[in-house]
Each structure stands twice: as C-alpha cells, then as structure tokens.
Design a protein around this ligand. Sequence first.
Ligand code: DLL
Length: 429
Amino acid sequence: MADEGYFQPREETLPVDELRQLQAQRLREVISYVYANSPVQKRRFDETGIAPGDIKGLEDIAKLPFMDKDDFRKYYPLGLACVESQRIIEMHMSSGSTGIPVVMPYTPADIKQWGECTARCYSMAGAVAGDVAQITPSFGLFNGGFGFYHGARELGLFIIPTGAGNTARQIRLAQDFKTRILTGVVSYATRIIELLEEEGSSLPSLEIGIFGAETFSESMKKKIAAAFNIDKVFDIYGMTETGGVGTLGMDCPAHDGIHLWEDHYIVEILALNENKPVAEGEMGELVLTSLTREALPVIRFRTGDLTRIISRDKCGCGRTHVRIAPITGRVDDMLIVKGVNFFPRQVEHALMEIPGVKPHYQIIIEDNDGIKDVRINVEADESVTGYMVEKHLKEALGFSPKGDVFKPGELPRQAGKAQRVFYKNNNEA
Ligand code: DLL
C-alpha cells in the first residue's frame, strides 16, 4: 500500500517492540504523575492497595482500578484534574442522559497532543498542507468542531469553520471555496447529501470525507461515498474522556480496522461486566488509559464502546498501531427482541444494502403486553415497499421487524448526533 502520508512518520511506524517499551515507560510515568497530582486518584489507588512502584510493566495495568463516566460526574467539575485551574486553557463537555456532564479540561500540552493525533488522521486520509477543510460539527462544548480545528491547524489546512447547521450555506461555501475535505458527524453528512439531491447539485472538489461520532456501518459508508462521488470515506474515533475526536484514531486507506494511537493510549478489551480481558479478537468493552495527557489522564477508563481487536501486526500502510473493528455500539445499546440479540448498527447495515433506501431511519421497540416487537421506519424511493424492507431484515437479522417506508424528508431530523432508537409502550391507556 502506498504511503498515504504520515504526519509523524517515526511515531506512527515505531517497531512494535519499541512501541510496547514506550507504552510501559509512559505507563509508569503517568501513574506516578496522577498519584502525585490528583488527590482523588491517589485515594482510589490507596483503596486498592496499589502504589506507583507496583507498576513496572504493561501487564501490571491489570492491578489498577477502573474509571467510568460516573467518576467524572461524581467529581464534577474538576475533581479528577491533575492541574490547577490556572493552567487550564480550554474545556469540552458531553452531557449524556443523566444530566451531570462529563468535563474534559486541557492544558496547552493537551491541545498540542489533540492537534497532533488529529493531524495524523487528516494526513492518513491523504490531506496535505494548504488543502481546504470544512468543519461541520459545532464549535462549542461538543469536542467535534474544535478537535477537527486543532488538527487542521497542526497540518496547515485552509480551514472553513462553518460549524453545525445552515446546510444550504455549507454547500454554497464548499462549492465556492472548493472544499477538498469534509469533516463531521455521520448523520450530518447524510443531511448534506439530502440537500444536494434536492438541489440537483454536487460538490465537485470534494475528495475526502472524515466522519464519526455515531454508529457507522459499512453500507452507510458506501452510500455516503457514492452520494458524494468520492472514494475516500474515513471513520474517525474519539471521545470527550480521552480528549476528543481524533485522539484515538481512524481507519487508514486499507480500511481494515481503526488504528488507535498506541503511543498515546493503552488499549484493553474486557469481557462484558467482567474485569478480565477477552481472548484476542473477541468482542468486548474497550478500556483506555491516557499516557500523555496532562490536565486529566484517564486510567483504565471503561468507554462503554464495544469492539474487537482486528490485528496487532504491522498494517499494509506501514503503521504499527493496533487496529480495532469499527464500534459495534455501546454496551447498553444491545437490543434483545424475541430472544435475538442485535445492535442498531446491524439494522443500519442491512437497511443501507437495500437499493433506493435513504440514510434516515428509526428503530422503534414496541412493547405489546410485555412482548417486544421491532418496527423500522425508513425513508426510501417509491420503488421500495415495506415488504421488501421486512424481507431483507428477516434475512439479515434472523427475525421479522415490521417495515414502514416514508418519503424522503418525512422522518424528523436532529441537530448533532442522530437519535435512532425509540421505545414505545402500546399498553398505555
Ligand atoms: O463524539 C467525538 C467525535 C466527534 C468523534 C466527531 C468523531 C467525530 P463524545 O460526544 O464524547 O465525542 O462521544 C463519544 O461517541 O464513546 C462512541 O460511543 C461514539 N463514537 C465516537 N466516534 C465514533 C465512531 C465524540 N467513529 C462517543 N463510530 C463514543 C462509532 C463513535 N461511535
């Protein structure tokens, strides 16, 4: 595979044994650092009977306690931080469903780390300095807009910071300024496509799409690539708790899994609701440790995201960083209907395979006298019938959801991340 551009060639292609040594050294350092600078973390280690000196090699990570989103909420706003607030220059936040937000503070060094990780992603997608990059997630507490921005600054791209919304203007700017790289949330890409189709126009200069933040099935990727008439669509991964979009990584042009930047993060995959690792290659919960963050490094953070290791071998692109499967969903996303387990991503993948189906859909879990049924609402051309949807989903999923077809534009749209799964209780009077 041709070199699609390393941003940091040495770090991205470090021989695996050197990468492991670097991780072990950084693990020792970050544990001593956190122990010395975060009273909350120190107390957590003390309670587990662990001292920094117990962490000698990578295998010792198993001795450390886990963190999860609840810890962020419990110590809101800055209780987990390792630095005084005077050293913080930026923060981002995600709200989730419980109300108390998850806050991530940044020092100048953290912004640099974020920018470099995200610049690796841009470069890996084929971006070079001077390219026009349009950034469509919001510039605000959500990390998406600023993450794509900091990365683009590192690489020296011509940034069009449109932020979210005003899709007609997005299209106009992309045409007028010849946007080569479009970045955003997956479902927003589909909104742009919808308007382009309505207008009968296109984005002739577009070559690279970098999308994430949501379930991203293979067939959705293909649909987006076909609609934009581009062949480079990438799945970028990141989260508030690791420092935002791009901190974790992206798929390379070989599209054989998402590379995670292992010089910055330690990757573990744990069996669901258990504290032990899965066998190599099995599906489990991704657990991450930040090695290089200053304001708030997470230690064994239970992400709630499900994935599996695809390979730890050197990739065709030359990078040596582990590859994981695209995120299947969140631990709590798994749906069980009539004894069949499935994830929304599988429904999306099956739906998008049907010719004429549009990338807007809802999965409705109905409760009828205690029995769960699934209804799929999907937008499609007139050529698609409910029966066709039902038949295809039965073949793909092994059970028969009801399929209702809507005209393009009929299903509600959300700003930001799309809500796909809805619950309906049909027993209510
Ligand atoms: O969604 C970061 C981001 C912004 C990624 C823009 C890509 C593009 P949070 O709001 O903190 O941060 O949400 C993080 O979103 O734990 C996953 O469940 C999900 N997620 C993020 N990227 C992907 C992806 C941003 N590529 C949570 N595929 C994560 C599937 C993703 N899920």
